[in-house]
Design a protein around this ligand. Structure first.
Ligand code: MN
Length: 335
């Protein structure tokens, strides 16, 4: 994208240039965009000689798919001097997504919010929120360009992982000519597209397939498939020896079923602080429903086509509530 930098982009770039110590935070339960963005920015700041620490909150492991990224330096605990560092949140629609005590936001010298979720809550001191960007990786690319940091093959690969995963391999509606141009630029910088594809998508752990098989057996359809839903229980994870991170992407298989307007995957948590809390992922392929509207009512969030929340509702309550929410939107499309 060659549009001129916005004042927010300049303000964030200036902060990165002028400050020296940073705490980079991706969202908990990370996806390729969160991990690719945090690594690309870390490597860019390294090139500027800055002191930055990558932090990942929550207790979910990093999906094996992302082994190709050099994330050894990613910390699961805050550094002792966290409150003295400029906080940079990446791909986090709200402060809660950072998986850390939100009070830290009040204590740090400055906070920066770099994101593309349309429902971003503008929780930081400077908010660089670009809903038209395919991925947070695309915004990080623009920041690195503004800072005149050359994209090494390693940075290019991290950005490509962000781009290819958040666009659903260039198939989702956020895929634009610009996303393809960005991919072309990254290829010219040395990204091995086939190699990334093999590692990201053709390296599926067998236990993930076993978990997927279980989920597909359990699919329930309501209102002619308008709601297509399935469930993962804690005992499923235990039976297969699976980590929660292995459930990432499974909901997309549910969305692909013909006639589905909203796909839902309801997951018990393996190690939950509170009993009875389950995570719900929602997907739609249809413009008739904005799933982020549904997720926000349960204090979750996301994009129009991909959102999530946590709930204490029973399965029966949840199904009834989702059916009603979907019906309300389909029947009153002025959302
Ligand atoms: Mn993203």
């Amino acid at each position: 994208m060659s549009s001129p930098p916005t004042s927010e982009l300049r303000a964030v770039a200036d902060a990165l240039r002028e400050r020296d110590r940073f705490l980079l935070v991706a969202h908990e339960n990370p996806d390729g965009d969160a991990l690719g963005s945090i690594l690309a920015l870390k490597l860019g700041l390294d090139a500027l000689g800055k002191d930055s620490v990558m932090f990942l909150g929550g207790d979910t492991g990093i999906p094996q798919d992302y082994e190709l990224l050099s994330l050894e330096a990613l910390r699961r605990e805050l550094p002792p001097d966290a409150a003295e560092r400029v906080l940079v949140a990446l791909d986090c629609a709200s402060a809660l997504r950072m998986g850390l005590d939100p009070a830290l936001l009040e204590r740090v010298p400055l906070s920066l919010d770099v994101d593309h979720h349309h429902d971003n809550t503008h929780f930081a001191g400077i908010n660089l929120v670009v809903p038209d960007a395919s991925s947070t990786g695309e915004i990080v690319r623009d920041l690195l360009r503004e800072l005149k940091i050359p994209l090494t093959p390693q940075i290019a690969e991290a950005l490509y992982v962000a781009l290819v995963t958040d666009t659903g391999r260039f198939q989702y509606t956020n895929t634009t000519p610009d996303s393809h141009r960005m991919a072309a630029d990254l290829m010219e910088l040395g990204v091995d597209v086939h190699g990334v594809f093999r590692q990201l998508f053709e390296n599926v752990p067998f236990i993930k397939i076993q978990l997927l098989a279980r989920v597909l057996e359990r699919v329930e359809r309501y209102d002619d498939g308008r709601l297509t839903i399935s469930f993962i229980s804690r005992s499923d994870y235990e039976e297969f020896g699976a980590d929660e991170s292995l459930s990432e992407g499974i909901v997309d298989h549910i969305r692909a079923i013909e006639g589905t307007t909203v796909a839902a995957l309801v997951r018990e948590q393996l190690k939950s602080e509170r009993e009875g809390i389950r995570k719900v992922s929602l997907r739609t392929a249809d413009d008739a429903v904005d799933v982020s509207v549904i997720a926000r009512q349960e204090n979750g969030g996301g994009h129009r086509q991909a959102a999530g929340f946590s709930t204490e509702q029973s399965s029966e309550e949840l199904v009834a509530w989702l059916r009603a929410e979907i019906a309300a939107q389909v029947e009153a499309p002025a959302h």
